[in-house]
Design a protein around this ligand. Structure first.
Ligand SMILES: Nc1ncnc2c1ncn2[C@@H]1O[C@H](COP(=O)(O)OP(=O)(O)OP(=O)(O)O)[C@@H](O)[C@H]1O
Length: 664
């Protein structure tokens, strides 16, 4: 019997006596044992009716106590056990080594096999069969030669030396492979990063990613459909998720999937598989697809092209896999938003270049900055809003609404539901585009009445304009509900979110809930210029890098010149007095007065008296006049501060301005 395990059921304690041990301040109880006390003592201390709980008390062990750390005691215990059965330990070590060694060797053999069969070139088989087959043949020869040489060496060693040599060699291979495998296992899922996965990971490794991302509990719940293949600069695999887990569940976990692979989120694409909602196509880029070489706009490279608004698709950029992101603009409207510097002007230029390259399209331009971002397009625009007063914007929208009403009347008369290319041609109802940059200037100006009037007119054009061949586009650097109310956003059919500061801002552009489903323009970094999400054709937003028409290479001006020439030929340029460039050149002539040349500073001072060009700086003026063929140079003219004195400074000659006017 022991104190902790009494042989009888313990009875309730009614009374007990506390036995005090003499105090020994210089010693500390480290260990103790339970020993029976003398019968005498027992009789003395235990009262007859007292509970017979125990006849044992704790006493100090005899002799001096030695402090032995627990770890040392454990080690000593283990050593004692091993000493008893060394064979068992040897067996355990061997088993351990054999398991890791065999798995490691099998993995190595798998790598060799994939290399020999050129698995990374699988997708090229249909396009370049010769390259793939030659590579496979060469690699097969290398492997067979290596294997043959090893087999010959092993046989020779076995018979000529001693069988111990090849056996030792085999054990060494197992030990090395086992070591590598153990290291791999130790690194575990946390290190199952891109480097660990490599450029063409095994199916098992890919499954592990989904376990790490908590899309499956175990690897065998995920099925890899077909091989894991390599495409240009990426690897891809199709996966079947555990029953009940859908493609949408996977897209929500894109960040976790990227983390488990060890790459940036933008490097991972998860696409649906048609016909199976439980399958997902995983694509992982080696490099960040939202950086590196710019995406070219084919309009800038195909010099002879013009656009047909009714049949062509607008090229916006490329998705993460390098596929074109393009969509038709018939019966559409658009919104481009993102934080300053995110690439809105660049994105807008892709859109505007496309519209202007169809000479039939009439474009209304308004820019809440009243700057020069749209200057390159202004000479061809049907109307450019230069008046900052809210009434001026309302007047512009009313003009469009009046045209829209006129079109509906014609449609009703001819019994057509909407304007088509044929109807447009027959009745002159060519596409109209209303492009409003920095829309917050009018939609959130602070003047509630004016804002409301603007929003009502704009929503009317967006809603009814589609069928009448009128396209509306709004751009904003402040994507917020008060700038673009939900009721307007929801009827804008193409939504392009460039980098945003918050997921909420991204949702303001794309629509509520998209960021929660893994589509947020807030995940882009400032150096990923032009990166965004486009919601246009498909059911989900597409991660897109906008095409970049580079103004510094003269591409933007070249496109504008082409559009201008096309419109000149088609006779669709606006009347001279409606054009900003003509108005500016006339204003410059007016500022020159009778003089045949003028210094730039004097010109700008005099233009300040006009309403339209009052804010122009010398640099801005030079930027606008240069494409028109008017270049500033050193001219001998009267000084502004003292007209009687002449001096040489940068300025303009009247002849150049007159020639430019003739040209435009
Ligand atoms: N798609 C792109 N590819 C490469 N570079 C780009 C792209 N988009 C933008 N950039 C770079 O970012 C710069 C800023 O772009 P952009 O002027 O379009 O931004 P923004 O959003 O319009 O800025 P802001 O609101 O201040 O006008 C460009 O001058 C260009 O250098």
């Amino acid at each position: 019997m022991t104190a902790s395990q009494p042989e009888h059921e313990p009875e309730p304690i009614h009374d007990a006596e506390v036995i005090a041990f003499p105090a020994r301040p210089d010693t500390q109880v480290v260990d103790a044992e339970i020993v029976p006390t003398d019968t005498e003592d027992q009789e003395e201390t235990a009262k007859p009716e007292a509970p017979a709980a125990t006849t044992e008390v704790a006493v100090r062990p005899k002799g001096r106590a030695v402090v032995v750390p627990a770890s040392l005691r454990t080690a000593a215990f283990r050593a004692r056990e091993v000493a008893k059965r060394p064979d068992r330990l040897a067996l355990a070590v061997l088993k351990h080594e054999l398991i890791f060694g065999s798995v490691g060797t099998a993995r190595g053999a798998g790598h060799v096999w994939r290399w020999m069969t050129a698995a990374e070139l699988d997708t090229q088989l249909a396009i370049k069969p010769e390259l793939v087959l030659t590579t496979r043949k060469k690699r097969r020869n290398v492997v067979l030669t290596g294997a043959g040489t090893t087999a010959a060496a092993v046989t020779a060693a076995w018979f000529l030396l001693t069988p111990a040599v090849p056996i030792l060699a085999l054990l060494m291979v197992l030990a090395v492979a086992g070591g590598l495998e153990r290291r791999r296992t130790a690194l575990g899922a946390a290190e199952a990063g891109h480097a660990a996965l490599g450029g063409s990971p095994s199916a098992k490794e890919v499954k592990q990613v989904f376990v790490a991302a908590k899309l499956a509990k175990q690897a065998d719940q995920v099925r890899v459909v077909g091989p894991v293949t390599r495409t240009d600069g990426a690897w891809e695999a199709t996966l079947e998720l555990p029953p009940g887990t859908t493609y949408k569940n996977a897209t929500k976990k894109r960040g976790e999937v990227a983390g488990a692979i060890g790459v940036d989120e933008v490097q991972v694409a998860l696409d649906p598989v048609k016909g199976h909602n439980g399958r997902v196509k995983l694509w992982v880029a080696d490099e960040d697809p939202m950086q590196g070489h710019r995406v070219e706009n084919p309009l800038a490279t195909r010099a002879a092209d013009r656009v047909n608004f009714w049949t062509d698709k607008l090229f916006a950029g490329r998705d993460a896999r390098g596929r074109a992101v393009e969509f038709k603009m018939v019966e559409r409207s658009y919104m481009i938003g993102g934080e300053p510097g995110g690439g809105k002007s660049v994105a807008s230029n892709n859109v505007l270049a496309w519209f202007f390259l169809d000479p039939r399209t009439q474009v209304y331009l308004a820019d809440g900055k009243f700057g020069f971002d749209l200057m390159v397009w202004e000479p061809m625009a049907k109307f450019v809003l230069t008046d900052k007063r809210p009434e001026a914007m309302i007047a512009m929208l009313r003009e469009v609404i009046a045209e829209m009403d006129r079109r509906y009347k014609i449609l009703r008369k001819i019994g057509a539901p909407k304007v088509t290319e044929a109807i447009a041609k027959k009745y002159g109802l060519h596409p109209i585009v209303v492009h409003i940059d920095e829309v917050q200037f009018w939609s959130a100006s602070g003047d509630t009445k004016a804002d409301k009037e603007f929003m009502t007119a704009l929503a009317d054009i967006v809603g009814r304009g589609r069928a009448a061949g009128i396209i509306t586009g709004v751009i904003t650097q402040r994507p917020a509900a008060e700038v673009v109310p939900t009721r307007l956003r929801d009827i804008l059919s193409i939504r392009w979110a460039l980098r945003c500061t918050t997921p909420a801002a991204s949702d303001t552009i794309l629509g509520t809930g998209w960021s929660g489903r893994g589509y947020s323009a807030a995940l882009f970094e400032p150096d990923q210029r032009g990166a965004g999400y486009v919601l246009a054709e498909g059911s989900s937003p597409v991660q897109t890098r906008a095409a970049f028409i580079d103004p510094d290479r003269g591409e933007l001006q070249a496109l504008a010149d082409r559009a201008y020439a096309l419109r000149k030929d088609a006779g669709t340029l606006p009347a001279a007095d409606e054009r900003t460039d003509v108005r500016l050149l006339n204003a410059v002539l007016g500022a020159m007065g009778d003089a045949d040349k003028i210094h730039s500073d004097m010109l700008v001072t005099r233009l300040a008296d006009t309403d339209e060009f009052a804010d122009l700086t010398q640099e801005a003026l030079a930027k606008i006049l240069r494409p028109l063929g008017v270049v500033s140079k050193g001219v001998w003219a009267a000084k502004i501060e003292d007209p009687t004195t002449k001096t040489t400074r940068q300025g303009y000659e009247k002849d150049a301005v007159l020639q430019a006017l003739e040209r435009v």
